[in-house]
Design a protein around this ligand. Sequence first.
Ligand code: GLN
Length: 310
Amino acid sequence: TDKHPQDLQLFLDKLGTRLQKTPQKGSVADYIPELARVDPDQFALSICFNDGRQFSTGNSTTKFSIQSISKVFTLAIALGRLGDKLWQRVRKEPSGNPFNSIIQLETEQGIPRNPFINAGAIVTTDSILSGSTPKEALAEILMFVRAAASDDDIYINEAVAKSENQTGHRNYSLAHFMKSMGNIENDCDCTLGTYFHQCAIEMSCEQLARAGRFLSGGTDKHHMIDKQRVRSINSLMMTCGHYDGSGEFAYRVGIPGKSGVGGGILAIVPNQASIAVWSPGLDSCGNSLLGTQALEDLSTHYNWSVFGSP
Ligand code: GLN
């Protein structure tokens, strides 16, 4: 990719055009009413290489709801604050269950399988909230994301947060169940209010790709968190970043990634690049259908799978 930037740009443009013509685009998340209104016919991709070059295609400056991709940022903040103590409250194992599943919580004493399923992310957010008000915690999360992206033009969509709160019965049940098991420290409404707002952060693919540089070792931000922690977070993205589709994503794409029901995916080529892709149509696991396809094509073409090249 180094010698021929024009080839990469052409590859991306062709990829975008080809995928946008695909008839099977998946379906937009409709359990959050505000997200159901998004036009499914959109596609964007942006790559930031560690040398500072950035390439984009499609609707790459259109903002979308990052949803569960926010869990990567809150995990980084929580690990920075608690260190390994966080692992007393949430584990590091793939769940094999959907993102909003409650079933393992009862048999596993209210300790979620990993920080990327909803239950685990709610615990992670709860840990950031302790000692602060929801407003302060959200300010800290936004500050981290803006610093990572080197861009202050990143905001929370209040309508999306409100919409999710109104229909968030499943997340309420997860939080209250964990509270009953002693694994939520704050008032459930405060913890969930913070969680719904972090999920409602909006970014464009260009912004998100830049924000992901702290995980790819990108030049200007590689001091945001230490290298050991970068490795920890990437490993969790690889094993748990796509819920019960994580094995499939590792098999097809072969790099760490984190999806969100807004249709975005943040993917990391360790030590090389940060990639953001967005297409609102989802597969049956709640991961972007065309986004996954785009990442598979890209990582296959450039041999980016961490599992070896053909
Ligand atoms: N805010 C969403 C929820 O809690 C996030 C889920 C997701 O992106 N997978 O349901």
